[in-house]
Design a binder for this molecule. Structure first.
Ligand code: ASP
Length: 589
């Protein structure tokens, strides 16, 4: 019926074809009218000449942007000097013999593919128009190839693609649930799954051994650029595996994706960092390792500091940590240093001490006069600082100092372009603590989720010193973004119960919430483990986008609202009654 714009080549010159698509960039040059015709494959220049017999030129006069047309004619070479090297079809054009207008288009709320500032609400309201733009269309076509490749790879490795329910029960991934009231069981609610965690473990108990699913997950949390209330995971689970098996299949998958879709050979095995080391050196459990700026622990060096803030802090059990900014003297003016103080305060710091390294390794400015020769020599040896560098210090609790310097590290890297372009750095972070103390909830909570296995070597400390226990868990980090995470699971019901106790989940509550999993574990659960990857976030990085909304066909706004469909919307009183519920509050959008 038709040929695609980018399917024709110079060897087709002189042949006749029919193309169908949308009118872009209408240009009237008197006796000649040009349009760019766009279909999903790309763009082809179309020429209407008033000297060509028939009605085509007259019809062309009626065309407007985004009209849908069918054009038939002869492919010809563009006249010398009018080629467009930016287009795949830039050396050829179609001289039209006949044109049919298949549909007209209303006045556009914004021009497609033009770099005009249009607010996101309008773009999302007319998402179908925005999706006509090359950038978004290419993103979604890339996404389709990406998921196809994943499926092909995992099917080839003996994985089964098994669907799990959306109308289900709360899954504890640490977020708020979306609830769905049940009409048939009034007063009861389904929760949309935060992940298929419990079901995939149950599938292992059922003996499937290798499961995967590209699945939607729902988490009702405050949104940021890299979060949506519904997002897609590649979810995997395997029986009879250890951490290394999960790591190895993941690396094989990502190496394939990078090779096939980006033409990039990734270096394997990926780097592995212990959680403790990640926090110590990068102040983050998802370090961006594309650049150095490592955090140094200087606590020992300053144990007897003449600076009271340092000394008192160390005596209270705090730490002195610092980063050394190479060539900082040229990068940071006095004013910049003052501004950095405000920046670190936003990160939760109390202050920001600094020193410059001058000639002969002498320290200048900031706190330099409080640093003895011995401290200085140790400092230079430890940080490797050179003439012209600036050292930026934090004296605080370990948690605050690492968090502040971790964020300062990223801030400086972005500000001073220290991140190499086009580089992809994969990193595994392993050996996370099993638990942490939540100040908010005033109790011990799971760092991953309550089904994560403790490290066997720490089992004896489980009851005596739970916060020291590590877990058999792993996160995959790409360029400083956590793109996946998982763990070896508990397969022993007794151990699972013990964990619920440590998490202060009363027996009754554990039974109601996860009783079905505990029951299942009791019926011959194999050792198992798995992982899940955030597909949207990965695509955002691979496509070099700033927001996951740009790799999702129909995303929601920051307020979890869909301007296209006006969802969520109000429903009528009868529907509410049928569900056996009453409204207490309503929001006006
Ligand atoms: N269910 C976990 C998550 O969504 C991943 C996993 O442990 O496999 O983060």
């Amino acid at each position: 019926m038709r040929t695609l714009c980018e399917d024709i080549k110079e060897s087709d010159i002189g042949k006749e074809f029919t193309f169908k698509g949308w009118v872009m960039h209408y240009r009237d040059h008197g006796g000649l009218i040009f349009i760019d015709l766009r279909d999903y494959s790309g763009i082809l220049q179309i020429v209407f000449d008033e000297n060509i017999e028939g009605e085509s030129f007259k019809s062309a006069k009626k065309l407007k942007n985004e009209y849908v047309v069918s054009v038939a004619g002869t492919v010809r070479k563009r006249p010398d000097g009018t080629e467009n090297t930016g287009l795949k079809t830039g050396n050829i054009e179609l001289l039209v013999k006949s044109v049919e207008i298949l549909n007209i288009c209303e006045v556009l709320p914004f021009q497609i593919d033009e770099e005009t500032e249009v607010n996101e609400f309008t773009r999302l309201k007319y998402r179908y128009l925005d999706l006509r733009s090359k950038r978004l269309k290419d993103n979604l076509i890339f996404r389709s190839k990406f998921t196809h490749l994943i499926r092909e790879f995992l099917n080839g490795k003996g994985f089964f693609d098994i669907e799990t329910p959306f109308l289900t029960k709360s899954t504890p991934e640490g977020s708020r649930d979306f609830l769905v009231p049940s009409r048939l069981n009034k007063g009861r609610f389904f929760a949309l799954p935060q992940s298929p965690q419990l079901f995939k473990q149950i599938l292992m108990v059922s003996g499937f051994e290798r499961y995967y699913q590209i699945v939607r997950c729902f988490r009702d949390e405050d949104l940021r650029a890299d979060r949506q209330p519904e997002f897609t995971q590649l979810d995997m689970e395997m029986s009879f595996v250890e951490t290394n098996d999960v790591i190895s299949i993941t690396e094989e998958l990502f190496a394939l994706i990078f090779q096939k879709l980006l033409g990039i050979t990734v270096f394997r095995p990926f780097k592995i960092l212990d959680y403790d080391e990640a926090m110590d050196k990068y102040g983050s459990d998802k370090p961006d390792t594309r650049f150095e700026l490592i955090i140094h622990n200087l606590t020992d060096i300053f144990a007897n500091s003449s600076l009271n803030v340092f000394k008192d802090n160390i005596q209270k059990g705090g730490v002195i940590k610092a980063i050394c900014l190479p060539d900082g003297v040229n990068l940071l003016s006095r004013k910049d240093i003052d501004e950095l103080l405000n920046t670190v305060k936003e990160f939760g710091a109390k202050g920001l001490a600094w020193t410059k390294i001058g000639e002969n390794n002498l320290l200048e400015g900031g706190i330099s006069k409080f640093i003895s020769d011995e401290e200085r020599n140790n400092l230079i040896a430890k940080t490797g600082a050179k003439n012209g560098d600036i050292i930026l210090y934090q004296s605080d609790s370990k948690k605050i100092a690492e968090n502040v310097l971790g964020r300062l590290r990223l801030h400086l890297a972005k500000k001073y372009n220290l991140i190499p372009e086009g580089r992809f750095d994969f990193l595994w972070v392993v050996n996370f603590p099993l638990f942490e103390y939540s100040e908010e909830e005033k109790k011990i909570v799971a760092v991953h989720h309550p089904f994560t296995s403790p490290s066997v070597k720490d089992l004896n400390e489980l009851e005596t010193d739970p916060l020291s226990v590590k877990s058999d868990s792993y996160d995959l980090v790409l360029n400083g973004e956590e793109i996946g995470g998982g763990s070896i699971r508990i397969h022993n019901p007794g151990l699972q119960e013990k964990i619920f106790k440590i998490l202060s989940i009363p027996d009754e509550e554990a039974k109601i919430k996860f009783g079905f999993l505990s029951d299942a574990l009791g019926f011959g659960a194999p050792p198992h483990g798995g992982i899940a990857f955030g597909i949207d976030r990965i695509l955002m990085i691979l496509r070099n986008e700033d927001s996951i909304r740009d790799v999702i066909a129909f995303p929601k706004t920051q307020k979890a609202y869909c301007p296209l469909t006006d969802a969520p919307s109000s429903v009528n009183e009868t529907q509410i009654k049928e569900l056996g519920i009453k409204l207490r509050e309503t929001t006006v959008i």
